[in-house]
Design a protein around this ligand. Structure first.
Ligand code: BJW
Length: 240
């Protein structure tokens, strides 16, 4: 439960976010009842093999999610983290597993999308990653090489997440590691709490329910992201 130990004023903070932070904006999580995987096999829509087998189904799944993400707005939790960045500057890094752009639309700038982004397309012919806001089902041409081999620029199981060196450097150097709205079911993200703790960071979880983390967090705030994240940010800013 809540531990009220105060963080040092000049703390470096890494915030790891997952689907739970965007849930109250209207984007379903993956593993909760009624979530994104319901009606979809993970192997069919979130692996390179599933894409090879049935690219049309996979493109439709991501086209629908791209449209849905564009139609929702950041919530109080995204805005609170942007407020924290305005105060901490480069002492804060948000590492998100989410492929939506709600952190950016709340005006966060220091955000790493380790599982890619829905608003980018990856060309399987030339490797270019292009900003993309339209559907991919009709096999549009790559703006760089012209080939019709675009896929969503997201990281599927078995693929290497993005910017791992930058993330790991930040995690081992941080004073506070905060996990928000993630089940802790997917690696390497799920391993960062143990890494941060091993390097002496204080660890905090903000979630609707305690997750399956392999090591216990030092502090756990249970509740909806739109309630607990602004409250936690207020507490940090009051001590900074
Ligand atoms: C609320 C809330 C509210 C709800 N307020 N909270 C051991 C070690 C290393 C790797 C592996 C390993 N064992 C297996 C692996 C491989 C695999 C893996 O982890 N498999 C697991 C099934 C075990 N990992 C990979 O393949 C990764 N690549 C890789 O490992 O490369 C090699 C490598 C090895 C070692 C080091 C470095 C590299 C790639 C993983 C790619 C994951 N891709 C997806 C899809 C992305 C595209 C898309 O969006 O479709 O990413 S899967 C999906 O899960 C998505 C998410 O980002 C990810 C995490 O989900 P998340 O965000 O946690 O959501 P949920 O639904 O699970 O949880 C929601 C949470 O919110 C819950 O806790 C709720 O309580 C909470 N919540 N409402 C607050 N209102």
């Amino acid at each position: 439960m809540t531990d009220t130990a105060a963080p040092a004023a000049a703390s470096r903070i890494v915030v790891l976010t997952g689907a739970g932070i965007s849930a109250e904006s209207g984007i379903p999580t993956f593993r909760d009842a009624g979530g994104l995987w319901e009606g979809h096999s993970v192997e069919d829509v979130a692996t390179p093999q599933g894409f090879e087998r049935d690219p049309v189904t996979v493109q439709r799944f991501y086209d629908a999610r791209r449209r849905a993400a564009a139609s929702v707005a950041p919530n109080a939790a995204h805005h609170a983290l942007a407020r924290l960045e305005r105060s901490l500057g480069d002492r804060l890094l948000v590492v998100t597993q989410n492929v939506d752009d709600l952190h950016e639309r709340a005006a966060s700038h220091r955000v790493v999308h380790m599982h890619g982004r829905l608003d980018r397309a990856l060309c399987r012919a030339c490797g270019a990653r292009s900003e993309w806001h339209d559907d991919l089902e009709d096999r549009p041409s790559c703006p760089v090489c012209g080939e019709r081999m675009l896929r969503p620029d997201v990281v599927w199981f078995g693929e290497m997440p993005y910017e791992l060196d930058r993330i790991e450097n930040a995690v081992v150097a941080c004073d506070i590691f905060v996990s928000i709205g993630t089940s802790g079911a997917v690696y390497p993200a799920a391993g960062y709490v143990a890494l941060a703790a091993a390097f002496g960071a204080r660890t905090v979880e903000l979630n609707l329910e305690p997750s399956d983390a392999v090591v216990p967090f030092d502090e756990s705030l249970v509740g909806r992201a739109t309630d607990v994240v602004p409250a936690w940010v207020d507490g940090i800013l009051a001590r900074s």
